[in-house]
Design a protein around this ligand. Structure first.
Ligand code: AMP
Ligand code: MG
Length: 288
């Protein structure tokens, strides 16, 4: 399938309000998309195994979204076939005092995926141009007053672009997803968390607070995505009102991104092959 429709071009004039959150692509029904998701999970597992064997590249998949958009569920379902040994998931919450005592990329740098591995960020340093902007948290981040200028967000986009380019040039490939839901869908999901006892634990009163800042979040997401979608680290906007479509699409983008690397198992040369055959002969002859 052509995923380019969902990819945001560098410096694009993105209008989130023009992207249909209920889009389901080529799928009329859930079953069909779920079948393809299952196939993609197999594909991803095969590609991950080669990535691990090569031990050179790493992938970093960043998932950002408004509350209830399905970050946790996407990670749970899309990544369910990956090998836990080479998968590293990190969730970024409100920074701790220790984290606040550092620059904002510090905590992300500490959990970058190792070579051969897949890293998944549930939220990320993008919160530092989103929630921090909405709630004016720069002072809390201990940024010196004289460095808090009108340009600070543009400066941060540049820092993030440089950072992701640095990662790319070192073999760590970043792909970013924004799960895009409508305000109406969020309302239904929040009510669902109240009505369904099994989901009560997921209901956070903070989500209701944040909902009041919906328009600001959309504006800042839109700007951040436009400014930080690059050739090296693209953003994809995922229509997410239908969870089954969002999960399929994320899996398809991950599989295609990994496929593009043309990964293969490391091959042994003739001399090494000869040594392997000698070992085999010794084993067969019970010599070892
Ligand atoms: P959740 O993903 O629902 O567990 O919530 C995590 C919370 O941490 C969200 O409300 C985020 O906005 C918040 N958070 C994540 N990163 C930051 C940050 N750098 N500064 C302030 N709040 C953050
Ligand atoms: Mg939450």
């Amino acid at each position: 399938m052509d995923i380019s429709k969902y990819k945001i071009g560098p410096q694009s004039d993105l209008k989130l309000s023009k992207i249909k959150t209920s889009d389901t692509g080529q799928f009329g029904e859930k079953d069909e998309a779920e079948k393809h998701l299952e196939e993609n999970i197999q594909r991803m597992a095969g590609l991950q195994s080669k990535l691990y064997a090569q031990n050179k590249y790493a992938f970093l998949f960043i998932i950002q979204a408004m509350d209830t958009a399905g970050k946790d569920g996407t990670i749970k379902h899309v990544m369910s076939g990956l090998n836990p040994q080479s998968t590293q998931v990190h969730s970024f919450k409100q920074p701790s005092p220790e984290e606040l005592d550092h620059d904002y990329l510090w905590r992300a740098m500490k959990c970058m995926p190792e070579r051969g591995c897949i890293g998944i960020f549930n939220r990320s340093y993008y919160e530092d141009v989103l929630v921090v902007r909405v709630h004016d948290l720069l002072k809390k981040q201990q940024i010196p007053d004289e460095l808090i200028t009108d340009n600070i967000w543009k400066d941060r986009y540049r820092q993030i672009n440089n950072f992701e380019r640095y990662l790319y040039e070192n073999g760590i490939i970043t792909v970013k997803f924004f799960l895009h839901i409508s305000k109406e869908e969020q309302k239904d999901r929040l009510i669902g968390r109240i009505d369904d006892k099994a989901k009560n634990w997921k209901f956070a009163s903070a989500d209701i607070q944040e909902r009041q800042y919906w328009d600001e979040y959309q504006r800042y997401y839109q700007e951040a995505i436009s400014e930080t979608s690059t050739r090296e680290a693209p953003w994809y906007v995922i229509p997410a009102d239908k969870k089954w479509f969002a999960r399929f699409l994320v899996s398809e983008i991950i599989a295609q991104s990994m496929d593009a690397l043309k990964l293969g198992y490391p091959l042994v040369d003739e001399a090494q092959k000869k040594i392997l055959m000698e070992f085999k002969q010794k084993l067969l002859n019970n010599e070892v």
